[in-house]
Write a protein of this length. Structure first.
Length: 185
């Protein structure tokens, strides 16, 4: 049981979801604190600020834990890539709430205050977070932390082990098989 739990934690997707879940809670706390105090008239701005703060925490946790073995030490290029992906993710996160409020006019006095809050919660924290989460995992894994690249390289080494002296893949041979013909130019 204990080993299976630790094996599960080796999966980048599981670690990404754990970091994301913690940052989601942080986003909600900050969002509602801002929305009901200093940004009462600007709910989308409150969500953007909250998501931005949680994104900084996410960078620290992602670079040090989620993708710890994929790309080595954090670099400036990695931080810049994370920043660009995060800005796009924040936009994707805020887009459904913005559409809900300003295109569909799902806000008080057009609808009740309770309906407005339900619409905000479904559009921003639920739909927006889901949209941003899928994009962020794909983009961070592919372009920033190079987890996809590291997994492909590991798979290649498992399927075709590299011979360090030949600087090329060494092909295992079965009994009776003919070695591959090498092309010469």
């Amino acid at each position: 049981m204990k080993e299976s739990f630790f094996k599960l934690l080796q999966n980048e997707k599981v670690r990404f979801l754990i970091v994301g879940g913690g940052c989601f809670v942080l986003t909600m706390v900050i969002n509602y604190a801002l929305k009901y105090t200093v940004l009462t008239a600007k709910p989308t701005t409150a969500l953007i600020f909250a998501t931005g703060i949680a994104s900084i925490v996410s960078y620290i946790l992602s670079s040090r834990w989620t993708w710890q073995g994929s790309s080595g030490k954090p670099t400036f290029e990695q931080f810049l890539g994370f920043f660009i992906v995060t800005v796009i993710g924040i936009g994707l996160n805020a887009l459904p709430q913005w559409v809900s409020r300003y295109i569909f006019h799902l806000s008080y006095p057009n609808i009740s205050f309770l309906a407005q809050e339900i619409a905000d919660f479904i559009a921003g924290p639920i739909l927006g977070t889901a949209l941003a989460m899928v994009f962020r995992f794909w983009a961070l894994d592919r372009f920033v932390f190079k987890g996809y690249e590291a997994r492909k390289k590991a798979e290649l080494h498992e399927v075709v082990p590299f011979d360090s002296e030949q600087k090329s893949p060494s092909m295992p041979m079965d009994e009776g098989s003919v070695p591959p013909v090498q092309k010469t130019s």
